[in-house]
Design a protein around this ligand. Sequence first.
Ligand code: MD3
Ligand code: FE
Length: 305
Amino acid sequence: MLRFPADISPDGRGFAVSFPDIPEALTCGYTLESACEMAADALATAMSFSGQAAGNNRQLTCLQLGQARRTMQGIAAASASGPCLMTFDLFDNLDDATPATPPSEPLADGAVVLRGIARPDAEALLADVHAITIAAPWRHMITPGGLKMSVAMTNCGHAGWVTDAGGYRYDPIDPLSGQLWPAMPASFRHLATTAAAQAGFAGFEPDACLINRYEPGTRLSLHQDRDERDFNAPIVSVSLGLPAIFLFGGMRRADPPQRVRLAHGDVVVWGGPSRLAFHGVAPLADGDHPLLGRLRINLTFRKAL
Ligand code: MD3
Ligand code: FE
């Protein structure tokens, strides 16, 4: 029987979950449930991208993974609310326990996760994304260093974020079409302003939305968002489709990042001191989402101008 331990996270505020022999699957979460979900994702990623290098654990089937996640969620729901040290069996049958996902979690000073709040709007948002990509198609931009980004991007609003040999900037014109970027749909603006207000940023008026498309294996390396004029305005991010492990670092590139699972419908408001933190996205694990199949789409709302 495969066993794995749960422990108090290094910062003492949440939980850490690890698998024997799979160091990539060590994850921390604010709740045991989120730590377990992330561990299951990290395990899936390790299996998809690291082959069979490190032993039997990588040969778990997808079916077993689903079962593992349900079991871990069940244990999380059944456990006492305080941090505890424990070891449990991966395939214990605890499927009856229904975990309650907390509605919002403080991630860091100024950063708030609003779990699932975009779910009811997801279909409408995706229809709008589709319409935007007819006028402003997905493209893989080139970094100033000459590397092609693995994440495909487009924009809407009064300005779009672009990168090419000349550097990073916001441009009112899509360089691909020579036309203005498509207008920001009402569905986008409404979600962004509502989420910002819930997180304490009433009056946030985004003028730019960068739309990122991830396929399995694609990633966004650690960076800061510094191309906007006013760092006092927050950034609102909306995750749709396959879940991702978001890497949330500190003010220095070398600060070790927290791993935060962002799933379909999760909205995060990044303001205050977190606004200039280093952050990125770990290589996307493969999966099959009911609305988006093998894709993750992320919207980031910004006050750029
Ligand atoms: C924390 N996008 O587009 S969204 C980006 O999932 C970007 O596509 C990621 O980083 C994605 O620049 C992460 C979450 C996010 C966005 C902007 C931030 C977190 C942030 C800016 C400052 C701090
Ligand atoms: Fe960013």
